[in-house]
Design a protein around this ligand. Structure first.
Ligand SMILES: [Zn+2]
Length: 175
């Protein structure tokens, strides 16, 4: 079970385990704004509501929400589409490609890493785009805050919708 975590401005920050959300409420680091109606945490003497949405006491500056440039996140940003041949593949059939190869000093940054199928990756090898006569579908960028969190459709609880307005979430097909 999961809970939506908002910062003090009610901006969605993360999706966390409901028990962790409960601990944050318990320690007064957050307050509960919605709870799961039919489920409770029980001990021998007490019973507590399970948080569905919590609001942190503090404001999280948007700048601190930058995303790590790793395989999972790059594949998600590129929608599981090889940025060279334009075909979509399942997660395990994809790899990362350094646009400027690392052997030529290309950094591991959002602007230099793309989602790539194994075949295109092999074809390109350690060549530059011009040398390989290959083109990118789009120039790679760091995802904006609106794309911060991919939420699968089935993960979204009905009570979260009012808090997710203005946030573009996309459905991950290969999770
Ligand atoms: Zn490809």
């Amino acid at each position: 079970m999961q809970a939506l975590k908002l910062d003090s401005s009610y901006r969605p920050i993360d999706i966390i385990d409901a028990f962790d959300a409960f601990s944050m409420v318990w320690c007064h680091r957050a307050k509960m704004v919605e709870s799961y109606k039919d489920i409770t945490f029980k001990s021998t003497h007490s019973e507590w509501e399970v948080p569905c949405v919590i609001v942190l006491n503090r404001y999280i500056p948007a700048l601190s929400c930058s995303m790590v440039c790793n395989r999972k996140n790059v594949l998600w940003r590129d929608k599981y589409i090889c940025q060279y041949c334009g075909n979509r593949f399942p997660y395990e059939k994809l790899t990362l490609d350094h646009v400027i190869p690392s052997s030529r000093g290309g950094p591991k940054t959002w602007e230099n890493i793309v989602c790539c199928c194994k075949r295109c990756n092999q074809e390109k090898g350690s060549m530059l785009l011009e040398e390989a006569s290959m083109e990118l579908l789009a120039s790679p960028k760091e995802p904006s805050y609106n794309q911060f969190r991919a939420i699968t459709k089935k993960e979204i609880h009905d009570k979260w919708y009012p808090y997710l307005q203005g946030i573009s979430y996309q459905i991950e097909e290969y999770t």
